[in-house]
Design a protein around this ligand. Structure first.
Ligand SMILES: [Zn+2]
Length: 177
């Protein structure tokens, strides 16, 4: 009888961009950028690194702290099953970006995300929908540092899109106002 050795999660994998999720008592690596769950057999640095480079090449220069922050976010979203976890965290991220967009439109300091928007949101939700819904919405990252990071992410994304578009076009003009 052959016994298949199960791989264990190691905190060093944070710098490869992976957290761990348990399925049927087995650790499986979960990417905390796209939330993809890989097999237990992929629980080794070269495999995880390959995912990071192949799917998130633009982020490869980022340091361990960046991943540690993402990992903290992921851990804060405590949910029971892998499926609803990924789904909810995607919604939470989407909400975070949408709220950021609203915050940026006010042309006020981005700190109002944490000081005004989130408390208002949670207070209303608690009153109208109850504490369970409030708990869910409290997962939406809107702290100063998160909003700052989102702004940087969005800026970087726009820059990448622009550079790609410029590279792909044969001619382009720059208009300055
Ligand atoms: Zn990924």
């Amino acid at each position: 009888m052959s016994v298949v050795k199960k791989r264990k999660y190691n905190n060093d994998y944070i710098k490869n961009g992976f957290a761990s999720i348990q399925k049927n008592g087995v650790d499986q690596p979960q990417c905390f950028i796209c939330y993809e769950i890989l097999s237990n057999d992929s629980m080794r640095a070269p495999r995880l690194e390959r995912h990071l480079w192949a799917k998130h090449g633009a982020l490869k220069e980022k340091q361990k702290e960046f991943f540690a922050a993402r990992c903290d976010n992921l851990k804060r979203m405590k949910l029971d099953t892998a499926g609803s976890f990924a789904q909810t965290s995607e919604k939470v991220l989407e909400a975070s970006y949408e709220l950021l967009r609203l915050v940026s439109r006010t042309k006020k300091s981005h700190t109002i995300g944490a000081t005004l928007v989130k408390p208002s949101l949670l207070k209303s939700t608690d009153i109208v929908l109850g504490s369970e819904s409030k708990q869910k919405l409290s997962q939406i990252p809107l702290s100063d540092s998160t909003v700052k990071r989102r702004i940087d992410d969005v800026a970087e994304d726009i820059q990448n899109q622009l550079v790609t578009a410029v590279k792909q076009s044969q001619i382009f003009a720059i208009q300055l106002d």
